[in-house]
Design a protein around this ligand. Sequence first.
Ligand code: CMP
Length: 139
Amino acid sequence: MATNRTFTMLKPDAVEAGHIGAILEKINAAGFRIVAMQMTELSINDAKAFYAVHSERPFYGELVDYMSSGPIVAAILEKDNAVEDFRTLIGATNPAEAAEGTIRKLYATSIAANAVHGSDSDENAAIEGSFYFSDRAKF
Ligand code: CMP
């Protein structure tokens, strides 16, 4: 059964470009409640650990360097069917393929600098949320 929480990060490109407010507004307008939120910076080792699932992929090094290149905003979001609905809201991983009106279509610049992360499953949402938040924010 789908849970009602997902995890997101506003990535360095979106933060650097000043899109935090606009993206959070879209998230709220789509009916998500922000349960926990933190602006922080990932070290190389943090980024490696967070994206360990991609460690065999050819873009892993680029992804780790990029995600540790500047501040990010991590958040846990709540809504019915959160994982799937949030992935619809953000659009395809590659912004060139993202649907009109989606966050990535509006704000992403490339497949690596794609503005936001959204968990791809309930299981990963719980793992990723726990990476940043503990106690009351836990799944
Ligand atoms: P995200 O949803 O955070 O999950 C994994 C990330 O890897 C993805 O968004 C992209 O930013 C990145 N990614 C996926 N495919 C590629 C690729 N071909 N080249 C560079 N980065 C990629």
